[in-house]
Ligand binder design. Structure first.
Ligand SMILES: O=C(O)CCC(=O)C(=O)O
Ligand SMILES: [Fe+2]
Length: 282
């Protein structure tokens, strides 16, 4: 029925790097199990941030267009080309940005572990890419993260749905591609994430607790001359009878700003252009 061959990768298996690269090449996505971040730690981070979104303290961390750090209130971002704002609130964690004191140690540690995992995954991609594709990279992929302060951990909360919003055509996250090199998406607390295949059919991405979904972003698609696809994805509204909050945590791995992606763009040129398109920058 489907040729969308999204693989679940046991990170401890000897053929894990090859299977990862195959799944990414075929679908732009892969699901990681047996990775180094424990289910207990993921649950603790979710619990801490759930309490944060439920409190008014979040308004002390309001973001600004200049910083892009901190708290983004409900309905502040739209996907490229969409006028309706997504039905989500979120918090951007950067090394140079604030984190609430009671969550700081845990969140920074979690951030570092996700960056380390991202670097390992970029090494697997680098080592398993054909010679002619590697030749396109301006430097080895894991090295593109060296000295980068642009890696972004986004903590997302999609509140239970207001029927008016659903009626207006707004969705939790409209169809989009990620801007960065690769994304590590710590599995959502409820279903909803879908990826689109080349024919335009949507496929549910599995979200078992503790798993981490990985996907290619536009920067790696660009740097690989299109060899790795930056697959369009979205988060659909909850089904009737399942109208509960959904939480998820994507880590967007970004190169140093000066890294050259192709003849036309450095990472920074590209990021600034894209932020204007999604309404986060004027
Ligand atoms: O919440 C999710 O599962 C996906 C979020 C996402 O795609 C994004 O923030 O770019
Ligand atoms: Fe995304």
């Amino acid at each position: 029925m489907t040729d969308f061959n999204l693989l679940t990768i046991d990170c401890q298996a000897s053929d894990a790097p090859q299977r990862l690269v195959q799944s990414l090449r075929d679908t732009g996505f892969a699901v990681l199990t047996n990775h180094p971040i424990s289910a207990g730690e993921i649950a603790d981070v979710y619990a801490g941030w759930e309490a944060f979104f439920a409190s008014d303290a979040k308004f002390d961390y309001l973001t600004t267009p200049e910083t892009q750090t901190g708290y983004f209130p409900f309905k502040s971002e739209n996907a490229k080309g969409y006028s309706k704002k997504d039905l989500k609130e979120f918090f951007h964690v950067y090394p140079h940005g604030p984190v609430p004191a009671d969550l700081e140690a845990m969140t920074r540690d979690f951030y570092d572990k996700l960056v380390a995992l991202g670097r390992a995954m970029l090494s697997w991609i680098e080592d398993n890419s054909p010679e002619d594709i590697r030749a396109l990279f301006s430097e080895p992929l894991p090295q593109m993260l060296d000295g980068s302060s642009m890696n972004l951990l986004r903590i997302l909360h999609y509140p239970p749905q207001d029927p008016e919003d659903a009626h207006s055509g707004a969705v939790r996250a409209a169809a989009h591609e990620d801007i960065n090199l690769i994304t590590l998406l710590v599995s959502g607390s409820a279903p909803g994430l879908e990826a689109r295949d080349a024919k335009g059919n949507w496929h549910e991405v599995p979200c078992d607790t503790g798993m981490i979904t990985m996907n290619i972003g536009d920067m790696l698609q660009k740097a690989s001359g299109g060899y790795y696809p930056s697959t369009t994805h979205r988060v659909v509204n909850p089904k009737e009878g399942q109208n509960v909050s959904r939480y998820s945590m994507p880590m967007f791995l970004h190169p140093r700003p000066d890294v050259r992606l192709d003849a036309d763009y450095t990472a920074n040129d590209y990021l600034q252009e894209r932020l204007r398109e999604i309404g986060l920058k004027g």
